[in-house]
Design a binder for this molecule. Structure first.
Ligand code: DMJ
Length: 656
């Protein structure tokens, strides 16, 4: 921004206004104002003010203008993460020697594969280009009059409203849809009495969680089991009833028929998306869209299809970005989106925009409108066109430039379900989506090379990769990956089936250790493999457990795929721990520190406890013909989506 352009704007009014103000202030200042020395002082003060205004504006431009994030991401992050590793990217003092060496040896290769000098030059050119574009845009916006900016906003709003009106027609007339007979939505009791009793116990836990939610928080998003009242997370904005929608399919498969009917009536009468709400696109998709789709497929009740498609339409404006990579947050009413303020340089998050595919493919299938599928296929196209550092997918992508931002790679938070959805897209397509299969196995190969390590005592873990350096930490969220590796093993590239099954087994063991090494026998949010510890949380803010499902999710897949009895044993340990430490009169609560002998409750019964944790536990103690993996895909919130088999497609053609 040229200084000359700003100074006249600010110096004249500020100069006279402030001068007058100062001069006319207290009697002392009035007197001083007449002397030449005092006048210079005032002048200096005004100049100082002008400068601070200018600097504030520049920072405002960098941080808040639409594309200025490129400047930040380019300058601060793209410029060669390997050359400027942040302090906390270094392996901890107790890290194994080979890991530290590993980090060192990769420094020179960072940023892009191939010739490091060319990669650096490439990076610099991109930074320059981003920098210049950001400055150009900042300048253009700052040169506009306030009325012009306001007019632009109004025009933009009208455009969104018009698009929304058009999109609404999608769910007003839904086409007839052919549904294959469902395979295993409910089953017989297990024949083994011990297993039957355990399964019955888990159903009783679901009843306890549901009844208390119903009693104290009906219609709210979640329950506070200690305070015995509703809890609302900002993730859902003004949306209501997250627990009801998230629990629908668990109620169905557990054959809690009355409760399912209550939930359905609530959806019919109260689930309303015409609200002024800013929501997380990812959370609403996996919990609400996923929950409604799953309830539709299981029950065949039309209301769920209608609501799912209606909500899908509401999410469409999130994709209105230059690259088509959606915003993280969307105001459902205005259709205006933005990204999390904390996300690197205004970026969208891989695990968020990469976790829409399954639901959106089904939305297109159920609405007869390709728009949903087009949106997610475009995300895939953008990702495929980008060069990946070391074959890895960074967690941050700028939706305006369509370029990666910070080079941080994780199979846990911020990255996790993107990989899960690649594998499941392929499985859900009846193994016809070969592109997804290739992307998945390529990504897993890079993850194995760069992120997966073994501790000195033989525990396999998945570290986080920050600009080429490893942080030897694994999140509870990352524990889902054991199940993912095992689920994909059967169709792995030649000779790797056993290998991936083994990897799943090892991750399951590590995650079990993370539970076993606590007092409560429930795992911490993150555990480390440095500073002389293995699978233990060392930081106070990583010691909590919020009823998360990822570890029992992996046990479920491992049980189904191997039938090794240890997975039922480990799952039962979780049931006992939940009963001993999380169960309260008013429901189930998360814990603030799993290493303490005395519970400190976080007072939230998360909706995913009913959607996922209890469902996976129930499945572990059910026979395999309940929801066979061959026919059903679990979305990342454990909602059920049938494989879109070729038979369905053929049946459709015949019907026409
Ligand atoms: C759930 O909402 C989903 O499993 C998501 O993919 C990750 N986090 C929570 C549970 O931990």
């Amino acid at each position: 921004m040229p200084v000359g352009g700003l100074l006249p704007l600010f110096s004249s009014p500020a100069g006279s206004g402030l001068g007058g103000g100062l001069g006319g202030g207290g009697s002392g200042s009035g007197r001083k104002g007449s002397g030449p020395a005092a006048f210079r002082l005032t002048e200096k003060f005004v100049l100082l003010l002008v400068f601070s205004a200018f600097i504030t504006l520049c920072f405002g431009a960098i941080f808040f203008l639409p594309d200025s994030s490129k400047l930040l991401s380019g300058v601060l992050f793209h410029s060669s993460p390997a050359l400027q590793p942040a302090a906390d990217h270094k392996p901890g003092p107790g890290a194994r020697a080979e890991d530290a060496a590993d980090g060192r040896s990769r420094r020179g290769e960072e940023g892009a594969p191939g010739d490091p000098a060319a990669a650096l030059e490439d990076n610099l050119a991109r930074i320059r280009e981003n920098h210049e574009r950001a400055l150009r845009e900042a300048k253009e916006t700052l040169q506009k009059l306030p009325e012009e900016i306001q007019r632009d906003i109004l025009l933009e709003k009208e455009k969104v409203a018009e698009e929304q009106r058009r999109d609404r027609s999608v769910f007003r007339k839904l086409p007839p849809v052919y549904l294959m007979p469902l395979i295993g939505p409910v089953d017989q009791e297990p024949t083994d009495a011990a297993v039957r009793n355990k399964r019955a116990k888990i159903k009783e836990m679901m009843k306890h969680a549901w009844n208390n939610y119903k009693r104290y928080a009906w219609g709210q998003n979640e329950l506070k089991p200690v305070s015995k009242e509703g809890h609302s997370s900002s993730l859902f904005g003004n949306f209501k009833g997250a627990t009801i929608v998230d629990a629908l399919d668990t109620l169905f498969i557990m054959e809690m028929k009355d409760e399912f009917e209550e939930a359905k009536s609530w959806v019919e009468e109260n689930l309303n998306f015409d609200v002024n709400a800013e929501v997380s696109v990812f959370e609403v998709n996996i919990r609400f869209v996923g929950g409604l789709l799953s309830a539709y497929y299981l029950s065949g009740e039309e209301i769920f299809r209608k609501k799912a498609v209606e909500l899908g339409v509401k999410l469409l404006p999130a994709f209105r970005t230059p690259s088509g990579i959606p915003w993280a947050l969307l105001n459902i009413k205005s259709g205006i989106g933005r990204n999390w303020p904390w996300a690197s340089g205004g970026s969208s998050i891989l695990a968020e925009f990469g976790t829409l595919h399954l639901e959106f493919i089904h939305l297109s299938y159920l609405s007869g409108n390709p728009i949903f599928a087009e949106k997610v296929m475009n995300i895939r196209r953008v990702l495929n066109n980008l060069e990946k550092p070391q074959g890895l997918y960074p967690n941050y992508l700028n939706p305006s430039s369509g370029q990666w931002a910070q080079y941080h790679v994780s199979v846990g938070g911020l990255g996790d379900s993107f990989y899960e959805y690649l594998l499941k897209s392929w499985l859900m397509s009846d193994k016809t989506d070969l592109e997804a299969k290739k992307m998945y196995f390529d990504a897993v190969k890079a993850i194995e090379t760069h992120l997966i390590r073994k501790s000195s005592n033989g525990l396999t873990y998945i570290a986080e990769w920050k600009g080429g350096l490893l942080e030897h930490k694994m999140g509870h969220l990352t524990c889902f990956a054991g199940g993912m590796f095992a689920l994909g093993a059967h169709d792995a590239p030649k000779g790797l089936t056993e290998h991936y099954l083994q990897l799943g087994t090892e991750i399951a063991r590590t995650c079990h250790e993370s539970y076993n090494r606590t007092f409560m026998k429930l795992g911490p949010e993150a555990f480390r493999f440095d500073g002389g510890v293995e699978a233990i949380a060392t930081r106070q803010n990583e010691k909590y457990y919020i009823l998360r499902p990822e570890v029992v999710e992996t046990y479920m897949y491992m049980w189904r795929l191997t039938h090794d009895p240890k997975y039922r044993k480990w799952a039962w340990e979780v049931v006992e721990a939940l009963e001993n430490h999380c169960r309260l009169k008013g429901g189930y609560s998360g814990l603030r520190d799993v290493y303490l002998s005395r519970e400190s409750y976080d007072d939230v019964q998360q909706s995913f406890f009913l959607a996922e944790t209890l469902k996976y536990l129930y499945l572990i103690f059910s026979d395999d013909d309940l929801l066979p993996l061959k026919h059903w895909i679990f979305n990342t919130e454990a909602h059920l989506l049938p494989v879109l088999s070729n038979n369905i497609k053929k049946a459709e053609v015949n019907d026409q």
